[in-house]
Design a protein around this ligand. Structure first.
Ligand code: ACO
Length: 354
């Protein structure tokens, strides 16, 4: 038995390869650098959905399909916005996804997230939702729908890089959840609802918001080393460090750091975050000697999302915009090739009395 299924190979997959010891990530044969430079978010979605959601998929075709999906989600706003807006964002987005039709197409499911998140944020700020522009890429249109005006080119580019970088990452907890759900022949819509729920926990997609909370607390304490020592001595975890697969530095962290730097904003905060990172890595080495605990992507992801004006409590949801095509790719691959997932357990409970 492997605690937390660590190292267990659960299926063959053509989608994502991650070698935590060398720091290599490939998405269907492409490196992250290649995806960012040459394919962008929509091109990456076309690559991972090829053969599952159609064939001959292209970046332009995917941009059109996701744009049409956003227009459709906006038309159905009345079904999920009034109930969803009464609750915190995490729950409001869950309500929007739960309102999806059983036979929803992959692009319509993925396109619901940017529309729902932007509309829910605007509604709670007292503004009317902004209709999508189906001709734009997802990153540009999300910022536009959230703000009510187009974002600057470098902001759009930074968010596009973020979306592309985190779109697919193998058998992460939420992608595996999507596979488990469709393995019973449940729908793709149900797969995404369940994946989203798994994603919201602070050990997975819920980490970026708490990373900024941590940076703020450390800053307010005025003592980086002292704060970190206290946290680790009390058995707490430092958000933004450690990964089940990446035991050396996660290569995506550097791509995101460059994207944050390109925004030319908050240079002071970036420098402070680097200082915290250095101190945290040294402290983790002292407290957990021999256990490789490196920076994951969340620190730079949090700084990037904050710099483009995403509210802190929406970080996880915006991360889900990027990751949902990955969930869908896994769900479709499972539908095509997989058998129902039903592991066994080792019974350690009492035996019946004779
Ligand atoms: N800070 C302090 N200690 C840590 C951290 C951390 N960030 N991460 C792991 N550890 C410690 C654990 O306390 C444990 O110590 P022990 O063996 O003395 O009990 C040991 O390292 C191993 O921890 P595990 O929980 O077994 O590591 P696992 O591989 O299961 O967890 C995880 C990975 C959940 C990411 C973990 O490192 C963590 O909680 N990190 C902080 C949250 C975070 O940044 N999450 C985002 C991950 S990226 C993503 O999901 C997109």
């Amino acid at each position: 038995m492997s605690d937390g299924l660590e190292g267990v190979v659960a299926a063959d997959s053509v989608l994502g390869y991650a070698d935590g010891n060398t720091g290599d990530i490939w998405v269907r044969g492409h490196t992250i650098a290649d995806l960012c430079a040459n394919h962008g978010f929509e091109g990456t979605v076309a690559i991972i959905w090829e053969g599952f959601a159609g064939s001959g998929l292209t970046r332009a075709g995917m941009q059109a399909a996701l744009g049409a999906g956003r227009a459709q989600a906006h038309q159905r706003l009345g079904e999920w916005l009034p109930p969803g807006a009464k609750f915190p964002l995490l729950e409001g987005v869950r309500i929007a996804l739960a309102a999806l039709r059983e036979d929803s197409k992959p692009a319509d499911i993925a396109a619901t997230l940017p529309v729902a998140i932007a509309a829910l944020i605007r509604t709670r700020e007292g503004h009317a939702p902004v209709a999508p522009d189906p001709t734009l890429p997802t990153a540009a249109d999300f910022l536009r729908m959230r703000r009510g005006a187009p974002a600057a080119a470098n902001e759009t580019q930074a968010l596009e890089t973020y979306f592309t970088t985190v779109c697919e990452n193998g058998f992460g907890n939420s992608s595996f959840t999507a596979r488990v759900t469709v393995s019973t022949r449940a729908s793709l819509a149900s797969a995404v609802v369940s994946a989203y729920c798994a994603f919201t926990g602070p050990l997975h997609g819920g980490a970026p918001g708490p990373v900024l909370d941590m940076l703020d607390e450390i800053k307010a304490s005025g003592d980086i080393d002292g704060w970190i020592e206290k946290k680790l001595a009390s058995g707490g975890r430092l958000m933004g460090f450690g990964h089940r697969v990446f035991r050396i530095r996660d290569p995506r962290a550097d791509v995101l750091r460059a994207a944050v730097a390109s925004l030319n904003k908050d240079a002071g905060r970036l420098a402070f975050a680097s200082e915290v990172e250095r101190a945290a890595l040294a402290a983790l080495e002292r407290h957990k000697p021999g256990r490789p605990l490196q920076s994951n992507i969340e620190m730079n992801a949090a700084l990037l999302l904050d710099a483009v004006g995403v509210p802190r409590d929406a970080f996880t949801q915006v991360f889900a915009i990027a990751r949902s095509p990955g969930w869908l790719a896994h769900a479709m691959e499972q539908q095509k090739n997989g058998r129902m997932i039903r592991p066994a357990s080792n019974y350690v409970g009492p035996r019946p009395a004779d």
